[in-house]
Design a protein around this ligand. Structure first.
Ligand code: GLU
Length: 454
């Protein structure tokens, strides 16, 4: 029975790398008819916050991973299982596979002469009954981790110190809690970030010492920015929530995240989850760092937006439209908007001019468009707007003629009119915009801009 898990620590916003690991696990669970366990590793009380946990759960639901699916189990909270973690340590102590140790860091340093040397095994055979608990690692040989992504990775045991599994105050460490939970939850595959590969030989020894077959391991590659630096929350936009809040579609995000370190094996990139999920194989995940290319993600998102049925697009725009804006007016330009935006938050600036008393003037746009000749164009066009037939073709022809009279091509003549009407140099097609805005308001805006020019 395939049982995978996603085990985030709620210490910050939900990282896109975490989302990618969660999706890889989700694909395995769905394709095998197995189970995806969500376990919140909340044992670091100083760094955990309930809102981070909420954030993780809601961001996972956003990308389709939630209790709505029969494949989902949880959330479990690691802090609830401390007794099991302690019991496991007690078992290891009883069997002589772990021992108590009272050495401080300074003690070890004084004996070994180095800060960086691992623990020297001083308490191994002292028979202490209190203090921290250390796991007795083998002195010789190698621990071999068979990793589905990294292949066979060998760790010499001589380089592995007797590591601490329970602190002197009795609290279990991550390395132990993580293994005990995976064991108790009968996890078959541990698929997680590469940074945990170095913990894996220790964890594998713990699994074996506790009498269990280790799970299938898979460590997925790090995600880097365009400078090939590991994506970091201080430097890069890494929170899944911020992409959601900017108007990325969950479908596009899921598609893009799945391609970070994996591909369906042909040239196709835009592929819905239902098609990607059955194709996913851990063995096909790359070892090389995966580049998180925000530009490419935007392009994906634009494609997904354009592929939405019109009604769905309109519904999805709702959060970006002010409640007071007339929806029937928005619907008249919805098709134009749909072909232009890459993220939904851009919808607002594309249509606000239709609803506000005055457009929001972007200063740079104004400066760029209202140059020499602008006043003449605006004056000439205002005159034509009074009588021109009210359709985009006639509105365009009228401006073409005004431009011609002043020696300007349509492109140049459009700029001041566009800024007068919409406040910006870029946006929806101008003549359709004017048509929807209506004669009176369009005229008023062109005149207002003229007056402003002085
Ligand atoms: N709680 C760990 C983390 O967030 C996950 C460890 C694991 O997946 O085994 O990095």
């Amino acid at each position: 029975m395939t049982r995978v898990r996603f085990a985030p620590s709620p210490t910050g916003m939900f990282h896109v790398g975490g989302a990618r690991s969660a999706l890889f696990n989700w694909a395995i669970a769905e394709q095998s008819g197995g189970t995806f366990v969500l376990r919140i590793e909340d044992t670091d009380a100083a760094r955990n916050r309930p809102e981070w946990t909420e954030g993780i759960i809601s961001a996972l639901a956003w990308i389709g991973i939630s209790g709505d699916s029969p494949h989902f189990e949880g959330p479990y909270f690691q802090s609830a299982y401390e007794q099991q973690h302690r019991d496991a340590a007690a078992k290891l102590l009883k069997e002589g596979k772990a021992y108590h140790c009272t050495c401080t860091r300074d003690d070890v340093k004084a004996r070994t002469g180095s800060e960086h040397q691992g623990y020297d095994g001083y308490c191994r055979d002292r028979g202490l009954t209190e203090g921290a608990v250390r796991f007795r690692t083998p002195d010789e040989g190698v621990t071999v981790v068979e990793d589905q992504v990294r292949g066979r990775v060998e760790f010499p045991n001589s380089a592995m110190e007797d590591f601490v599994i329970v602190r002197g105050d009795g609290s279990p460490l991550f390395i132990l809690a993580n293994v005990v939970d995976d064991m108790e939850m009968r996890i078959s595959h541990v698929v997680r970030a590469e940074e945990h590969l170095s913990n894996t030989p220790k964890q594998q020894l713990l699994w074996e010492a506790l009498g269990h077959e280790p799970p299938i391991w898979a460590h997925v590659p790090v995600i880097v920015n365009e400078k090939r630096q590991k994506l970091s929350k201080r430097r890069d936009k890494v929170a899944l929530e911020s992409y959601r809040d900017e108007g990325y579609l969950a479908e596009a995000m899921v598609n893009y995240l799945m391609l970070l370190g994996w591909g369906p094996g042909d040239d196709r990139e835009i592929m819905p989850w239902s098609e990607m999920m059955p194709l996913f194989r851990l063995e096909d995940v790359n070892q090389a760092p995966a580049f998180f290319d925000e530009k490419k993600l935007r392009a994906f998102n634009g494609e997904y937006i354009r592929a939405l049925p019109r009604e769905v697009f309109i519904a999805r725009c709702e959060p970006w439209l002010d409640p007071s804006w007339d929806r029937s007016v928005f619907e008249r330009v919805a098709d134009l908007v749909q072909t232009r935006v890459a993220v939904l938050s851009e919808v607002t600036a594309n249509v606000d001019f239709l609803f506000l008393d005055e457009p929001v003037f972007d200063q740079a746009s104004w400066d760029k468009a209202m140059k020499q000749g602008a006043a003449e164009i605006l004056a000439g066009y205002a005159e034509r707007l009074e009588t021109v037939d009210w359709n985009p073709e006639s509105l365009k022809t009228a401006l073409e003629e005004v431009g011609l009279a002043h020696g300007l091509k349509l492109g140049k003549a459009q700029a001041p009119v566009r800024v007068a009407i919409t406040g910006r140099t870029v946006g929806l097609p101008l003549f359709e915009s004017i048509e929807v805005l209506g004669r009176e308001r369009s005229l008023a805006r062109v005149r207002a801009a003229l007056a402003k020019l002085g």
